[in-house]
Ligand binder design. Sequence first.
Ligand code: N01
Length: 887
Amino acid sequence: MEYPITQDAGLEARDDRLVTDSARTDRPTPDVDVVVVGAGIAGLYLAYRLSRAGHRLRVFEAGDDLGGTWYWNRYPGARVDVPSIDYMYSFDPNWQRDWQWSEKYATQPEILRYLNHIADKHDLRRHITFSTRVRQAGWDDGASLWRVRTDGGDDVSARFVVMATGCLSMPKQAEVDGLESFTGEVYFTSRWPHDPVDFTGKRVAVIGTGSSGVQSIPVIAEEAREVVVFQRTPTFSIPARNGQVSPERLALFAANEADYRSAARMSPGGIPMERSITPTFSVSEAERQQRYERAWGIGELFEAINVYADVLSNPAANHEFAEFFRNKIRAIVDDPQTASDLCPTDYPVATKRPCLDTNYYATYNLPHVRLVNVRKHPIRQITETGIDTAHEAFTFDAIVFATGFDAVTGAITAVDITGRDDAALKDKWADGPQTYLGLTTAGFPNLFLITGPGSPSVLSNMAVSIEQHVDWVLDCLGHLRAHGFAAIEPTATAEAGWTQHVNDCADITLFPAANSWYMGANVPGKPRVFLPYPAGVDFYRATCDEVVARDYLGFKLSGPEGSMCNDGLVRRLQPDVEMILIQMAAMNLPTLDSMPVDEARAFYAQMSTTRPPGPDVGEIVDGVLPGATGDLAYRLYRPPTPGPHAIVVFFHGGGWVVGDAVSDDPLCRDLCVRSDAIVISADYRHAPEHRFPAAVDDAMAAVRWVADNAEALGGMPGRLAVCGWSAGGNLAAVVSRLTRDAGGPHIVGQVLLTPPTDGDLTRASYVENADGYGLTTALAQWCYDHYIDPADRRDPRFAPLCAGDLSGLPPAIVVTAEFDPLRDEGKAYAAALDAASVPVEHVRARGHTHQSLTMVDVALSGAPVRARIANALRGFFLPTRTPETAA
Ligand code: N01
């Protein structure tokens, strides 16, 4: 629901004059405008932007020095896994005058030197209070400011608080019993000592094989006498192939750095790269293997994940890519058992963060390095001298924990943050974080989260995502100031919509299949919710910009003289449906209603050839059946399971004008496999050559013929349902009523997928969705006009909604799509069936269009709806619904 902008009386835009808070209100003046928590990459950039924009600020940093992640994670082998020249600030275009990266992937010390260099160059240290942890931040609603307390005794009031606390900064607890009894050295990769650690001649245990373990194990093995790695979950890792900064990349820079940075900002991951649109199985196996090899050879994480469009959505595609990795591991590691233990098998590749390594797998070929599979040999406890598993007692001089972080939310909720009415953020997020854009959260005005949950953050190049968030926040502060507002807060509607959208995006990927830290699954008791935003930094940036362009859509802005709220949802379509619509719009295709009918039919058929085929079925048989006036084609889809099967007679979509028995082929295959029923797609005569009621007569003839020949077709007599999409849904509804009135054949259920049921063009859905969602109101009208005279449009053989008596009709499932001109008449028909005591399930497909539910393997978000249809069909076919038992 979108509301118009409302401005309280007396408030006018004041772009022309900057007004400070203290000048325009009798509320207390805060000590500073902004408190920033953290002095890592985000905190430093905030200090740069805020100070230059004239905001008074303080930055608190728990560490003794700046750098955040790069201050703490000093373990041996620590490096960035995004190329150095991408993992840097872009605000300083002349950086090459005074800085040079020495390697493709810089080491931790080099990155820390870079951050110090930036801080010194731009005089940022003066804003930072080091060795000071923010403990508490509470919103004072009366004074409209934050009160921030630190463990150093600071008590600072601020108009805004910005959490620049990092996504991977709150170390996870050790979760192993007995650690306090160990008398040797204990290290955490995430809190590595500043003094050099020497493992020479020592027996070292490493627990954990994520990125930190994978990077540190080979380096520790270079020194140590013995290394035992305790692995709970194996990782997918590709060789980093580190070395000089790539000359090609440097050339791109030399050509035009501004273009390069801009391409990074509008890329899926924050590194200039085209999003792959090629599905895995659309190319030959030889070509696929070549591409996998290339990905392995380049040594770049984002390139590898982008190898094919569907690696993160199609289980079969993912499996093949994962098998390629497993083969590499088997080829590198000499000992077959160790190789097998190192092969990940219980989660899809890239659904846990893959690693970039230098000699990781080969390290296991060294005689003094050993792998313990903790799944088979669980760690019982840490002892005085080492580690006991269920089967063995190990002695160590040192134990290294590379066990990860309470990621994305951990560092935010570690601060006691209270918002309006003293509500604690930790409580609000008890079942998972709720944010608007990953930047703000309702009930906590003037609180900003840099790379917070619900933003691309850890799935992207953090440097690019951090800059985008900081820039957005600075623009926002400027806007508030210029318009005389003192506070900004997202609405509950916008936040719920965004949280839903993030989940929708995750649900069409394989990410939820892994117990990853992306899902919060690595921390006992943490809610299992997908934390980052997976649709890409390009889409995300466009969304943030759109929110601003639409007058801060979904935010309430308030000040001493009034408030403004343009409430609503910024993303309402399912993410994949939106992407399809964007691609279709870019293709600028002609509309069917702009063509003569023959051309429209040819064009429709041509478009059908470009889609994925749908799942394999047991058998496909093409045949002809007697229509009302002559033979008509049908296609039979038989499930791969032993028969006999129930039968669904299916009527295709196409507005009674275009389409045929095979034009909904992927949908029919999908229905067949999911419902384990024979689907017979029966053609019918089309308008304008054969106008109403020719299609109805043919549909009736098809149902009769199938009922009479059920056994011969491999079906179970009496288990007959009808189904149709669009115009076909209309025919299925009409046939259900006509067979009831004719006393047979008995139909056990009707599936009506986005059906027209009275063609009333004055309904709201025809107005709201007139254009932009595939089926337009103009096209619907074109179809009606070809099919039926206006005078006949209340005939129940066209308008089942106009039938006087709907009682006794077969049980139904009616699916309506939110962005469909036909939505309201489908809805009305479901309600009418219900009112007539017909068992009916009405599925409202949120964020879908008229066509999107039929786009098998394209609009993945439609799959759960089709699963419900199949479920309904299975229910229709239960023996209790068949005529013999009904009697
Ligand atoms: O942490 P992780 P990380 N007993 O959570 C295991 C970034 N990063 O510090 O998977 C036994 O990935 C745990 O096992 P499981 C990067 O984004 C980047 O390595 O929970 N094992 C896992 O194997 C990365 O993804 C770089 O079953 C236990 C490991 O410990 C993120 O930071 C470098 C255990 C933890 O792996 C986190 O990486 C480093 C237990 N009780 C980090 N508890 C770059 O290259 C946990 N594990 C830039």
